[in-house]
Write a protein that binds this ligand. Structure first.
Ligand SMILES: Nc1ncnc2c1ncn2[C@@H]1O[C@H](COP(=O)(O)OP(=O)(O)O)[C@@H](O)[C@H]1O
Ligand SMILES: [Mg+2]
Length: 272
């Protein structure tokens, strides 16, 4: 079996020999797909998935979230089959807050099913709201345009992190934001990640975003889809915007872009 990580740590997530068909087995979107994500307790991992559009990135996150079961293959957490008790956080590109509820109550929803009193839920939500930079907005409705797109994603991130998940899945969470907001959100996410260090599995189309955020980048090809490149981002763990101007950062971005161009060519798709 192909492995993409070293074996120093147990795997927090493993997708083993996964195949996915949506037409009763006539065609397969994913075939013998593998992904191993090491557990790094008290440190976390930042894994980024890049790939040709439509290759199955969201599908892969849905398996890990327990929202979908593959046609064939296994989803393992800590080396055993995933169960309903294995909760993960998930942030989508589309704003997922409840617009008729306040920011505070939307964030507190992250603890709703854990038998914690409303006042404690709100106290803990307030702390998380501070961490994501939304202090002062607690009583606003979580809706556009009362809150901006970036603020709504901050609500979603705060809600997902409140339950202290070991795994946070993010599906193009900044894809709908303007470039300045996006860059601020990247820095906010990195700051929180260094504080609470969950394992993050992050899907993006933006190669510079992948290099800026990730420790490990997996690149997927299509038809059938699988991971064909693993790029270890050998930049310092603490990232700041200056790093984007370093030769190593720029090399990594161009190297991955070349890989993507080739994958689009192989799939007879136009790149950009
Ligand atoms: N429920 C579904 N029924 C049929 N086809 C689907 C379904 N969900 C996804 N697909 C197809 O599977 C492929 C992968 O989808 P997706 O995981 O959303 O890709 P990505 O997130 O990489 O763009 C796409 O070609 C999509 O059309
Ligand atoms: Mg997708």
């Amino acid at each position: 079996m192909a492995t993409f990580t070293d074996t120093q740590h147990a795997n927090i997530v493993e997708l083993r020999n996964i195949s996915q068909s949506y037409d009763g087995g006539k065609t397969y979107i994913l075939q013998d797909f593998q992904l191993l994500v090491e557990d790094k307790p008290n440190q976390g991992q930042f894994v980024v998935i890049l790939g040709v559009s439509g290759c199955g990135k969201s599908t892969v996150l849905r398996y890990i979230a327990g929202l979908q079961k593959p046609t064939k293959g296994e989803v393992l957490f800590d080396g055993r089959a995933r169960t309903e008790e294995d909760k993960v956080g998930m942030v989508f590109q589309k704003y997922s807050s409840l617009p008729w509820m306040s920011v505070l109550d939307n964030v507190a929803l992250g603890l709703q099913y854990q038998g914690i009193s409303k006042s404690e839920r709100r106290d803990r939500a307030r702390e998380m709201i501070k961490k994501v930079g939304l202090e002062g907005h607690e009583w606003k409705y979580a809706q556009y345009p009362t809150l901006s797109g970036g603020q709504l994603q901050r609500v979603a991130i705060a809600r997902s992190l409140l339950a202290n998940p070991r795994i946070l899945l993010m599906d193009e969470p900044f894809g709908a934001l303007d470039v300045n907001t996006r860059i601020r959100m990247q820095d906010m996410l990195l700051k929180i990640w260094h504080e609470v260090h969950p394992t993050i599995i992050f899907v993006t189309h933006d190669i510079a975003e992948a290099v800026y955020l990730g420790d490990d980048i997996y690149v997927m090809k299509t038809t059938p889809s699988k991971i064909v490149h693993h790029v270890k981002v050998d930049l310092p763990k603490e990232r700041s915007r200056e790093i984007k101007r370093t030769p190593r950062f720029v090399d990594l971005v161009y190297d991955i872009e070349d890989k993507m161009v080739n994958l689009y060519k192989e799939a007879n798709l136009k790149y950009r």
